[in-house]
Write a protein that binds this ligand. Structure first.
Ligand SMILES: Cc1ncc(COP(=O)(O)O)c(C=O)c1O
Length: 376
């Protein structure tokens, strides 16, 4: 019998679980016809802010826009009209393009520093070393859903008087000692891309902060710079989150703890099955909410990837290239990078989502064991 393909993320199963609630959130919109901004978005923002332990949340049109707006807010906090290529923002090269792109987009210069080889997140020591008189910000990413070392990063930032913006695109609900990612820095940025732990049915994102004046600024910024209807105080954007997405997100937010707990359980099954293999290091578990379940493969990673794909398993490499090596980032600065290039060669993300079945996990692990026990 032909085996069904095991996708890296199966959204149909999540929809089956949440269908009734999603539809009952969407249905009232057909009466009000408030499709942009509106009550659903306000309700979602209030509940999301409460969940994350932040005072304010603002829905925007994507995680990328969340980063761009947040970095503009950082400039405002510094009392600068705009950022320039003299203004440096320290971040990781081992992330999705959007992290570095947002820095360039607001006119600043990315400074790429090395990562910790165990967590794949920013190495605080490398951050400290890269600080110069031009550093205006640090932009940690909680990669794969594993929180970055925010205590160390915030300590460094505080001593040096530097602002921190968190890229939480992959970490909705992840926490460190009971405190959610996104609530440590001046601003936190989330993505609601469909495959994210809290995913919309289209693009979406959010910025959170405890700073009221930045909240007011961002609220106007996402809506053409309007502080009053049809009165623009400054140049803004059209990057609002629509009511339809807010309705989907409201339905999902209610269950996010449960959905994340399922991810943790499934990750524990993988850990149990894979830990004994000497070619594999399983991901650290503290605070992890497993947006991606990513193992480190010390030998024959590409062979394993091909083998799994051949057996109908959608494993993937996040990320095969460092931002610092891409042409788009040629104006960026890069510190000496040892662990980040190695990560590109060693990481492999396996299918993991709340409703993946135990037999599917076992099938994947059987194939991995088979690969390493033979010369395939
Ligand atoms: C780390 C990181 N930052 C930013 C983004 C951008 O989010 P979006 O796709 O919603 O624009 C993503 C999306 O995958 C991401 O993974």
């Amino acid at each position: 019998m032909k085996k069904d393909r095991i996708e890296i993320c199966d959204l149909k199963r999540e929809y089956d679980f949440l269908k009734k609630e999603i539809l009952s959130q969407i249905q009232p919109l057909f009466k009000t016809h408030h499709w942009v901004l509106g009550e659903k978005l306000a309700e979602f923002e209030k509940k999301a802010a409460r969940f994350l332990g932040c005072r304010y949340a603002l829905g925007v049109s994507s995680g990328t826009d969340a980063l761009v707006l947040a970095l503009q807010a950082l400039a405002k906090k510094l009392k600068k009209k705009t950022l320039s290529s003299r203004d440096e923002i320290i971040t990781t090269p081992f992330t999705f393009i959007a992290t570095g792109e947002a820095i360039l987009r607001v006119g600043a210069r990315p400074v790429f520093v090395d990562i910790d080889p165990q967590t794949f997140n920013l190495d605080p020591l490398a951050v400290k070393k890269a600080i110069s008189k031009n550093t205006v910000g640090i932009l940690p990413v909680h990669l794969y859903g594993l929180p970055a070392d925010m205590k160390a990063i915030m300590d460094i930032a505080k001593v040096k008087g530097i602002l921190v913006v968190e890229d939480c695109a992959q970490s909705f609900g992840a926490e460190i000692n009971g405190r959610k990612t996104g609530s440590f820095g001046l601003l936190g940025c989330f993505s609601f891309f469909p495959s994210k732990n809290l995913g919309a049915y289209g693009d979406g994102g959010m910025v959170v902060t405890n700073d009221y004046s930045l909240f007011k600024y961002l609220k106007a910024l996402r809506n053409h710079g309007q502080t009053k209807p049809y009165r623009a105080e400054f140049l803004g954007y059209n990057c609002r989150l629509d009511s339809f997405q807010a309705a989907v997100l409201l339905a999902k937010l209610k269950h996010i703890n449960y959905l994340n707990s399922l991810r943790k359980k499934k990750a524990a099954c993988f850990n149990q099955r894979l830990s004994h293999l000497k070619q594999i290091v399983v991901p650290p578990s503290a605070g992890h909410i497993y947006h991606l379940y990513t193992i480190k493969v010390s030998s024959r990673r590409d062979g394993l990837l091909k083998f799994l794909n051949k057996h109908q398993i959608e494993a993937r490499v996040y990320y095969p290239y460092l931002l610092s090596r891409m042409r788009a980032f040629r104006s960026a600065k890069a510190a000496s990078l040892r662990n980040a290039p190695k990560a590109c060669r060693q990481v492999l993300s396996l299918p993991l989502y709340p409703f993946i079945k135990t037999e599917e996990i076992n099938y994947i692990c059987d194939r991995i064991e088979q690969f390493f026990s033979s010369k395939v």
